[in-house]
Design a binder for this molecule. Structure first.
Ligand SMILES: [Zn+2]
Length: 441
C-alpha cells in the first residue's frame, strides 16, 4: 500500500475521509452480475461514477489484489443490549460487525427485557452505530411461547423478522398463526428449530468427548423433527419460514426436498457448524458449547454441500458473546454460544472458497443477496447515487486469530490461533468509514 499520492488505509481518519478513490479493486457485485477489476469513487459518502477531473482533496486507496463487495449482512447476532453489557453492547457489537466487514446485522430479541415491544425494538435502532441494525422482534410475549406478541405494532416500529431465538416456538397452531400474520406483514418468522422435549438436557452430540466428559447427549432428532414440523406448518399456511443455525445433515436434506416442492423454507448455516464437528471438542472447554451443538463429520459435509448448492442461501454468525468468566468453568457449566463476527469472513472464505472451491461470487451472495432475500429486502448493491455500503476484503494475506485483539467485548471464540485467509480491510456503512485496518502480520 504505497506509491506516490497513494495512502495506506491506516493513515486516514474515519471522520474526515468521505471522498475516496478506490483503485484497481476486484469488484464483485452479485446483484449487478459484476465481477471486474475497476475503480470506485465515493464523494460525500455517495458512490458515484469516477469523474474525469478528480477533486483536489481526494484520498486514494491502492486496492490492487483486494476484493470490493457490497457490505456484508448477518442474519443472526446477539448484542445483549439491553441487559448484559459485560458480554456486549450495541456499540461494541457494532464495532465488531464493522471490523468483520458487515454493514447490516439482524439482532436477536432474547435481550433483557426481551424485544417484544416497540420501545425495546427502537432502542436497537441507533443511527450513530457503526453498523445498520435490522432488529428482529419476539414471536411470543417474553419469548414464553404462550401468547403472540403484537406483531403488527412491532413491524410498524421496524422489526424486519420475528423469532423467539434461544427457544423454539413449539406450538404448531400458535406458530401457524404467527407465520400467517408475519407473512401478511411481508415479514418472515425465523425459528430456533430445536424441540425441547427431544433435546432434553442434551448439550453435545454423541462423540468421544461426550463419553469422556460424561455429558448428556443431544439427539439430532431434536433438530430434524423440529425442522420437519416447521416445514409442515409452512406447507399448510403457504407462509415463509426460516430455519436458524442448521446443524444436521438430515435437516438440510429435508429443506432441499421441501424447496423443490415449492415450500417457502429458507435456512442459514453458521461458520462454526461448517468448520467444526463434535470430534474437534478435545478438552473440557466452554468455548465449544453451542445450541444446537456441533454436528458430526457427515453433518459438516452435508451442510457445506447445502451451502454450495444454495439450499442454505445465507451464512449467519449467531454471534453469541458471553463475559469471559462465564465460559471459563468447563463445558457443562458454560452458557451456549460463540462469537463470530470478526472471524466470519476468514472461516467461511478459507473453508468454502479455499477448500470447497466455491466460486467467490457465490460466497459473496451468501453474505449479501442471500440474507437480504430471506428478509424480503432489496438486494445489497454497489449502487451509484446511494450512500456507499461496501467492504474491501483481503483474501490473500494469511492472518492468525487472536481474540485479544477483537472489537467485541467477548472472547468466546473457538478459532483462536487458527490461520485464516479473508479479512476486512475497509468497511463503509452508509457512506461512513466504520472500519479500516493496516496490513497485518
Ligand atoms: Zn438460536
Amino acid at each position: 500500500m504505497s506509491g506516490s499520492g497513494v495512502e495506506s488505509i491506516s493513515s486516514m481518519n474515519a471522520s474526515e475521509c468521505t471522498t475516496l478513490l478506490i483503485q484497481n479493486a476486484r469488484i464483485i457485485d452479485p446483484a449487478a452480475h459484476r465481477d471486474e477489476v475497476a475503480d470506485l469513487f465515493i464523494a460525500n459518502g455517495i458512490l458515484q461514477p469516477v469523474p474525469s477531473v478528480l477533486p483536489s482533496n481526494i484520498r486514494r486507496i491502492d486496492a490492487k489484489g483486494l476484493v470490493a463487495t457490497p457490505g456484508l449482512w448477518d442474519l443472526h447476532v446477539h448484542f445483549r443490549d439491553p441487559g448484559n453489557p459485560r458480554a456486549e453492547t450495541l456499540e461494541s457489537g457494532s464495532r465488531a460487525a464493522a471490523a468483520g466487514g458487515f454493514t447490516h446485522v439482524v439482532t436477536m430479541p432474547n435481550t433483557s427485557p426481551a424485544c417484544d415491544t416497540p420501545a425495546v425494538l427502537q432502542h436497537q435502532m441507533n443511527p450513530s452505530l457503526a453498523v445498520r441494525i435490522l432488529p428482529s422482534a419476539c414471536v411470543t410475549r417474553s419469548r414464553s411461547g404462550d401468547v403472540l406478541a403484537d406483531l403488527e405494532a412491532l413491524a410498524a416500529a421496524g422489526a424486519v423478522a420475528f423469532t423467539d431465538d434461544g427457544t423454539m416456538v413449539d406450538n404448531p397452531s400458535l406458530m401457524a398463526e404467527a407465520m400467517r400474520r408475519a407473512s401478511a406483514l411481508s415479514r418472515v418468522v425465523m425459528d430456533h428449530a430445536v424441540l425441547p422435549k427431544l433435546a432434553g438436557p442434551g448439550v453435545i452430540r454423541a462423540c468421544e468427548a461426550a463419553k469422556r466428559l460424561n455429558l448428556p447427549v443431544f439427539p439430532p432428532e431434536a433438530e430434524t423433527e423440529a425442522v420437519a414440523q416447521d416445514i409442515r406448518i409452512s406447507r399448510q399456511t403457504g407462509a415463509p419460514i426460516h430455519i436458524q443455525h442448521l446443524s444436521c445433515a438430515e435437516s438440510a436434506a429435508a429443506i432441499r426436498a421441501a424447496q423443490r416442492d415449492g415450500v417457502r423454507v429458507s435456512a442459514e448455516a453458521s461458520p462454526h457448524h461448517l468448520a467444526l464437528s463434535a470430534d474437534d471438542i478435545a478438552d473440557d472447554q466452554g468455548d465449544f458449547r453451542m445450541n444446537p451443538p456441533l454436528g458430526n463429520r457427515l453433518d459438516v459435509l452435508k451442510l457445506r454441500e447445502a451451502v454450495l448448492d444454495g439450499t442454505i442461501a445465507a451464512f449467519a454468525t449467531d454471534h453469541a458473546p458471553h463475559a469471559p468468566d462465564t465460559k471459563a468453568h468447563g463445558f457443562m457449566r458454560a452458557p451456549s454460544g460463540v462469537i463470530g463476527l470478526e472471524t466470519a469472513v476468514g472461516v467461511t472464505y478459507t473453508l468454502m472458497v479455499g477448500v470447497e472451491r466455491m466460486p467467490l461470487s457465490v460466497w459473496v451472495e451468501r453474505w449479501t443477496t442471500g440474507p437480504a432475500a430471506i428478509l424480503g429486502l432489496p438486494a445489497p448493491r454497489l449502487a451509484m447515487g446511494k450512500p456507499a455500503d461496501l467492504v474491501l476484503l483481503d483474501v490473500t494475506t494469511p492472518w492468525r486469530v487472536d481474540p485479544a485483539r477483537f472489537q467485541s467485548r467477548a472472547r468466546n471464540c473457538p478459532f483462536a490461533r487458527w490461520t485464516l485467509h479473508g479479512r476486512a480491510r475497509l468497511t463503509l456503512c452508509e457512506g461512513r468509514i466504520t472500519w479500516m485496518d493496516d496490513p497485518w502480520e
